[in-house]
Design a protein around this ligand. Structure first.
Ligand code: ZN
Length: 138
């Protein structure tokens, strides 16, 4: 985590909380917000979960935030991702895999609730052996 995102953790948390208010979760009622900042960028991108009647069309908040960052800035390295749920929860396995695509050893993830940001933990705490391009290309 660089000093920029460390000092902006309250902003990341606030953005995740605001996005969570927009969660479209009529089926699960499980509202999730996320906010992400790429290293070297000052821009915060937020996302919420967006469910679908097909269930399979549902998208998690973390991936909405990450894909929004990529759409706006191109691929980057996630400096910090803040996740907000009613009770602190880890990202799902699919989101961890997507996070790993845009992460390095210094990427940090905080899993909090509306009142607390949560500890800043490395991706390796959640996903010690991600599938990556080395698997594809050696
Ligand atoms: Zn997920």
């Amino acid at each position: 985590m660089n000093s920029d995102s460390a000092s902006r953790l309250p902003e990341l948390h606030q953005a995740a909380c605001q996005a969570r208010m927009n969660a479209y979760a009529p089926y699960s009622k499980y509202r999730v917000g996320a906010a992400v900042m790429f290293r070297g960028s000052n821009q915060i991108y937020a996302g919420c979960n967006v469910e679908n009647a097909s269930y399979g069309g549902t998208m998690c908040a973390e991936r909405v935030a990450i894909f929004s960052a990529v759409a706006s800035e191109g691929a980057g390295i996630i400096d910090h991702l803040v996740l907000v749920t009613e009770r602190p929860s880890s990202p799902c396995g699919l989101c961890l895999q997507v996070i790993s695509e845009f992460a390095d050893a210094d990427t940090r993830i905080s899993c909090g609730d509306p009142e607390t940001i949560g500890d800043a933990l490395p991706l390796s705490e959640f996903l010690p052996r991600p599938f990556n391009s080395k698997e594809l290309f050696g």
